[in-house]
Ligand binder design. Structure first.
Ligand SMILES: Cc1cc2nc3c(=O)[nH]c(=O)nc-3n(C[C@H](O)[C@H](O)[C@H](O)COP(=O)(O)OP(=O)(O)OC[C@H]3O[C@@H](n4cnc5c(N)ncnc54)[C@H](O)[C@@H]3O)c2cc1C
Length: 443
């Protein structure tokens, strides 16, 4: 057991926590038998306080692969395994994750608890659509396996349930077959938000993966100018599988210390964004790239969260329905640009239909922006933006949230009452609790 200062990836807020590392599955039961409130913790790649609590059980040492069935295309693994390690095993064998977030460092358990979405959400939905079974330890120490058929309520509430229904000890996933580790990528430079959205709608049926990097400091007619990236798994370019199914390399350059706060300001960020936007001269470029830079570009720089300085940053991610989404996104981008809330490129994506009680996605547009926390005046500003998101019928993503007040959360998530009902059944004493769940009235 250790006592340490913990934070999510945004470095805000921080919580001093007792961190207990479970090394054997039986430890989970022992910890629960000792009493008190708990939170399972993965690799703290959620940005806010969803992974924080005064007493956490780290799952990182429960990281073993338990079974792989190539005839069915499934893998069963302990929840503390990282996507990084899963890919190292799967890719050389011709398999890939069915859904992946934009970093390979989260754990499997963390991805299930946040029910992550990837660049293929518009076609494939979230990770839940590929889960066959969850093996869990509940608040009373009992073990239970759930699936869409067995204990479906628990299954529904746990995926996206942010660790509040019990500890996922292991999970079985259906995988995606690949013939090469490469992606046929097309990137299209667009002059405005409307043009980026147009590219999405024209190409969606043809590309399983799509995302746009927006220059959210460009204003006026250039507001929302973007590079739209589309992709699909490439066919092999040679008949030598060894050369085609190459796994990503380890190691990266790393930010060795916290940069002083003023290093990032509206001018430096603007310069970066402009350079990024102009790195592509032709409007429409087609290339073949490895999956690593395509899915995980930020992983190339270790500890990149330190560039925001010691005060950290907030990632603001919302989704809004398609109907008046363009006007709402334009309004929000204009307000962010006017405030000079220095953000590097923002990520825009379209989302498809989604099941789940605390599911974030809905058919519409999602935008994610990093905002430096120079001081706390940014918090009321973001809560004002939340009101615009709510009025448009949208919501914020729990895996990124550190500041949402309870009343806004309750107006965003229609499945909340059903989630609370199931939580009361499986955790009547409210033993699974995070800093976030206490703030949002979820535990
Ligand atoms: C650069 C970057 C890019 C990202 N891109 C995306 C993206 O494209 N799409 C997306 O959806 N997310 C994205 N994320 C967010 C990230 O995928 C999620 O926050 C994920 O939950 C992090 O997993 P973790 O293992 O670090 O879990 P943590 O951050 O430690 O915990 C997250 C939640 O999972 C719960 N949890 C962890 N392990 C277990 C377990 N074994 N049993 C039960 N509950 C558990 C915790 O209690 C907590 O509520 C991104 C994050 C970063 C840093």
């Amino acid at each position: 057991m250790g006592h340490r200062l913990t934070s999510g990836w945004g470095l805000y807020p921080t919580v001093t926590a007792h961190v207990h590392t479970a090394r054997l599955p039986v430890h989970l039961k022992q910890l629960l038998a000792a009493g008190g409130t708990w939170l399972p913790q993965g690799n703290c790649r959620s940005y806010g306080d969803g992974c924080l609590a005064p007493q956490v059980v780290s799952m990182l040492a429960l990281n073993h692969l338990l079974d792989f069935d190539p005839s069915r295309g499934t893998v069963r693994a302990q929840a503390g395994i990282t996507l990084d390690d899963l890919l190292r095993f799967l890719v050389p064998r011709g398999w890939f994750l069915p859904v992946t977030p934009g970093t390979k460092f989260p754990t499997l358990g963390g991805c299930l608890a946040a029910d992550v979405h990837g660049k293929n959400h518009h076609l494939d939905g979230t990770l839940r659509n590929f889960v066959e079974q969850l093996d869990m330890v509940l608040a009373d120490g009992s073990e239970i396996s759930c699936s869409p058929q067995d204990h479906p309520d628990l299954f529904r509430a746990t995926l996206g349930g942010m660790g509040l229904t019990g500890i996922i000890y292991a999970a079985t996933l259906r995988l995606r077959r690949i013939e090469s580790a490469f992606i046929d990528m097309r990137s299209v430079r667009t002059g405005s938000l409307a043009e980026a959205v147009q590219v999405f709608s024209e190409t969606h049926a043809n590309y399983p993966y799509s995302v746009a990097w927006i220059d959210c400091l460009a204003r006026g007619r250039q507001l929302g100018r973007a590079i739209v990236m589309l992709g699909d798994h490439a066919a092999p370019a040679s008949d030598q599988p060894d050369r085609e199914l190459t796994v990503h390399r380890s190691g990266s350059v790393s930010v060795p210390f916290f940069l002083p706060g003023p290093t990032l300001n509206r001018w430096t960020v603007k310069a970066f964004n402009t350079l990024y936007y102009h790195r592509q001269w032709r409007r429409d470029v087609r290339t073949r790239v490895h999956y690593d830079p395509f899915f995980y570009p930020l992983d190339a720089i270790g500890n990149w969260n330190r560039i925001y300085g010691r005060k950290g940053f907030l990632q603001y991610q919302f989704v809004i329905p398609f109907n008046n989404g363009m006007e709402v996104m334009t309004d929000i981008l204009e307000r962010i640009a006017a405030r000079g809330a220095a953000s590097f490129l923002a990520v825009l994506k379209t989302m498809g239909p989604q099941d789940g009680l605390l599911a974030f996605p809905m058919p519409g547009y999602t935008l994610a922006l990093d905002i430096r926390r120079s001081d706390d005046s940014i918090i009321p500003f973001l809560r004002e933006l939340n009101e615009t998101v709510i009025a448009a019928g949208g919501r914020n993503y729990l895996a990124k949230d550190a500041i949402m007040p309870r009343d806004q959360f309750e107006r965003m998530y229609p499945g909340l009452e059903e989630f609370r009902r199931i939580k009361r059944t499986v955790d009547p004493e409210g033993r699974f609790k995070s800093t976030q769940s206490a703030r949002l009235g979820l535990s």
